[in-house]
Design a protein around this ligand. Structure first.
Ligand code: TTP
Ligand code: MG
Length: 362
């Protein structure tokens, strides 16, 4: 009996909610003249700005997040550019989070516009996660006139894939009994962390779907991809036991790359560094926490696997300061680099404020 009960307990009900073209949807809502027009939020094309996001009308022209605004304007000549207003986006984000908390305390925000919810023990709607997800999207629309998409599954990675499935204003439920079939057909590139390079490597092994990935033995994947190999092995079997963590106040945010071949020349180091800067900058914009940063740091792993880092107090995301830190490290350790990482840290006080904004006791 007990084992049956614990068997039942294992089936979790995770919802992943993600707002549709969040910043752009808010701007269009607040300026009805923009309705129906292609709209991008971000820097103007005559500056060196980039698109933070754009609405679905603009996406039809191939415009997307992180694209240089000048390129976006070439693809879509009628594109309307709107300056971002993070204070407004944060306010909307808080309204949405309050709605999540009506259904469960287990809410893990990932950025301003998305969160995981564990509704395994939620009592509303006869404990139906599907109905709860629907109710959340309706309530969000009622309160904010913004649409959200939601995914329901028994694990985080599937719930996240599901929320993207029927975007915008879509709902996708992956029932536990449908899960295996769903994963079999799932293209590997849909897995979080499988980017262009990894997709290419898997393609060269004739692996396009998770079903094909499942045929590969663990030691082959470990040999080829190291730790990531085990991650791939688990996901294509639907194994993702990560819990929804409501109290995870961020201490830091970082990005790093391990190079296929060690890098040494300064031009190459600088160009890889700038790639990391853009990627960290995108993550920070999504998190909406840029101005709270009080430290920046650079980390390098050398060809002999030794790790060195440099850190400095900073006001905000100071790229020039980061570059100086990197140059200093480079001078001290001129050997070939295997891995480069950059990151930012938040002060204790900001962490407490962030928690308070989420209505979480600390
Ligand atoms: P996303 O949820 O990735 O994108 P989105 O909500 O605009 O569109 P989708 O319908 O596909 O979910 O990001 C949420 C917000 O974060 C987005 O509205 C703007 C911001 N953001 C950036 O500022 N830079 C970026 O590179 C990305 C990806 C997002
Ligand atoms: Mg979104």
């Amino acid at each position: 009996m007990l084992s049956e009960e614990s068997e039942i307990r294992k089936i979790r009900k995770i919802i992943h909610v993600d707002m549709d073209c969040f910043f752009a949807a808010i701007e269009v809502r607040d300026n009805p003249q923009l309705a129906g027009l292609p709209v991008a939020v971000g820097g103007k094309p005559d500056s060196r700005g980039v698109v933070a996001t754009c609405n679905y009308e603009a996406r039809k022209f191939g415009v997307h997040s992180a694209m240089p605004s000048a390129q976006a304007a070439r693809l879509c000549p009628d594109l309307v550019f709107v300056k971002s207003n993070h204070t407004k986006y944060r306010e909307e984000s808080q309204r949405i989070r309050k709605i999540f908390h009506q259904y469960t305390d287990l809410v893990e925000p990932l950025s301003l516009d998305e969160a995981y919810l564990d509704t395994t023990d939620s009592h509303q709607y006869h404990n139906s996660a599907t109905w709860i997800a629907q109710a959340i999207c309706h309530e969000i629309y009622k309160q904010t006139q913004l649409t959200a998409s939601a995914g329901v599954a028994r694990s985080k990675f599937l719930a996240k894939i599901a929320s993207d499935w029927n975007k915008p204003a879509g709902l996708k439920v992956i029932l536990p009994e449908e899960e295996e079939k769903f994963i079999e057909k799932l293209p590997v590139k849909k897995l979080h962390g499988v980017g262009k390079v990894m997709t290419g490597k898997l393609e060269s092994m004739d692996i396009l779907t998770c079903g094909e990935l499942k045929q590969v033995e663990l030691n082959v994947l470990l040999n080829k991809f190291g730790k990531t190999g085990k991650y791939l092995y688990d996901l294509c079997r639907g194994n993702d036991p990560r819990r929804v963590k409501p109290h995870s106040a961020r201490k830091s945010v970082s990005v790093e790359t391990t190079f296929e071949e060690n890098i040494e020349r300064w031009e190459e180091c600088e160009s890889k560094f700038l790639e990391l800067v853009s990627s960290l900058s995108r993550r920070l914009q999504k998190l909406g926490s840029e101005e709270k940063i009080n430290k920046v740091y650079v980390k390098v792993k050398m060809s002999n696997f030794q790790i060195h880092s440099a850190e400095s107090i900073s006001q905000g995301f100071d790229i020039q300061l980061l570059l100086r830190l990197f140059k200093r490290l480079r001078k001290q350790y001129p050997e070939p680099i295997r891995l480069l990482g950059i990151g930012v840290k938040f002060p204790e006080k900001a962490k407490r404020i962030m928690l308070r904004q989420l209505d979480i006791p600390f």
